[in-house]
Design a protein. Structure first.
Length: 158
């Protein structure tokens, strides 16, 4: 039997915000806000983003990496999500897949819980992923989400 080419991993990130759970929820559900903190970046050119925020709806994004000598230089990254469960101000669950250069690199399930706290809110992100051969891998994904939560804090004015 050969060596498996798929890595499975789960990680949990927790972050506190001064903003209320409702305001954090809006940063995920509002297309302009979500585009700013989750997809706009100096590391790639965002070509397309659409958000249909409802159970059964989805999110799609397409980005192109600059031709800078990295392994992904000039390649297109596509993200496709389907929302599985939404509880306003409390919970968002979505399944998503990512592909680079036309090849699927990962399929994931992400859950974000927003809990009221004396300071504002606590966010708990649980990410379960299957990373296929040549994928970014769980440590890079965890680092990516850590960075995105930092962007979210800036979006919330923190």
């Amino acid at each position: 039997m050969g060596k498996p080419t798929t890595v499975h991993s789960t990680f949990v990130l927790e972050r506190s915000f001064a903003a209320t759970p409702e305001k954090v929820f809006t940063a995920f559900s509002d297309p302009s806000s979500k585009r700013r903190w989750n997809f706009e970046s100096d590391t790639h050119e965002l070509k397309h983003h659409e958000l249909d925020f409802r159970v059964g709806g989805g999110e799609r994004a397409q980005m192109v990496f600059p031709d800078n000598g990295t392994p992904v230089a000039g390649l297109t990254l596509k993200l496709e999500s389907v929302f599985q469960e939404i509880a306003p101000g409390r919970l968002i669950v979505w399944a998503y897949r990512m592909e680079i250069g036309g090849r699927c690199i990962t399929a994931s399930l992400a859950t974000v819980e927003m809990l009221p706290s004396p300071a504002g809110s606590d966010l708990i992100l649980t990410h379960q992923g299957a990373y296929f051969e040549g994928a970014d891998g769980p440590e890079m994904r965890k680092g990516g989400w850590t960075s995105l939560l930092g962007n979210l804090a800036k979006e919330l004015g923190e």
